[in-house]
Design a protein. Structure first.
Length: 243
């Protein structure tokens, strides 16, 4: 082989080696970051599920559908913790089979993260499915407010959240029920302007926004990981063919 051809081949080999090293360590670092994000999402899911304040509202108002997205993201976070370990091992060992498996698991994690975020936000944000559920719950509470146990739950919510009725004080008028003192500001004596549906939706939205944000960030990371894993497989195959 001519010296120029040998030199060119050597340069190509060095370029491929640098390319493999760059992708390998980038993928390794991204998986470390992904593990930290997965651990944060797992911790936040556990906190949201076991938080006494949150669980109290969910139990009193029968809002168990709110936890649906949390359960999906909790499962997804466990998958992320396992898959990032696989990603680190496959990147460092340059094992093509493990890299392909890792790419497939990242696609599964992406689907869990996307689906979990969608369900969570669909049951915790303004104009989502949680609002009709809340509205129906509060109307039933108002209609049955003559019973002590129902009245206690209704008044506790209205006093704690500083809200009145489902959509405002007019709910009591339309349902022909007396306006309770818990519906009024203790200083001014005026009825609270906002209904409990809107106030509780803001409360749930504030809690779920951080969790959904972490999940969507991880989804972006999953896409990047798939691309890098497949690029690394391609580079390793090129190296083998040249060897």
């Amino acid at each position: 082989m001519a010296p120029k051809a040998v030199f060119a081949a050597r340069k190509d080999d060095e370029r491929i080696d640098r390319w493999i090293s760059c992708i390998k360590y980038t993928l390794f670092c991204l998986n470390i970051v992904g593990f930290l994000f997965g651990a944060a999402m797992f911790g936040m899911c556990i906190w949201m599920r076991k938080d006494p304040g949150m669980e109290d509202w969910v139990t009193r108002l029968d809002l168990w559908s709110f936890y649906s997205g949390v359960y999906v993201l909790l499962t997804g976070s466990l998958l992320v913790l396992v898959c990032t370990f696989v990603g680190c091992c496959s990147a460092l060992t340059e094992n093509q089979a493990m890299l392909r498996i890792f790419a497939a698991t990242q696609a599964v994690c992406f689907l869990f993260g996307l689906a979990g975020s969608a369900v969570l936000l669909d049951y915790s944000t303004y104009n989502s499915h949680i609002q009709p559920i809340l509205r129906d719950v509060f109307r039933k509470l108002i209609m049955n407010s003559q019973y002590d146990d129902v009245s206690y739950v209704l008044n506790q919510v209205q006093e704690s959240v500083s809200c009145c009725g489902a959509d405002g004080p007019s709910d009591y008028l339309s349902l022909r029920k007396p306006l309770p003192t818990e519906c009024r500001d203790t200083v001014t004596g005026n009825a609270f302007f906002y209904g409990c549906v809107e106030e509780l939706t803001w409360f749930l939205e504030e809690r779920s926004a951080w969790l959904a944000g972490i999940s969507m960030t991880l989804c972006l990371g999953h896409v990047v990981n798939v691309v890098l894993a497949l690029l690394l497989v391609k580079a390793l195959r090129q190296e083998e063919s040249r060897g």
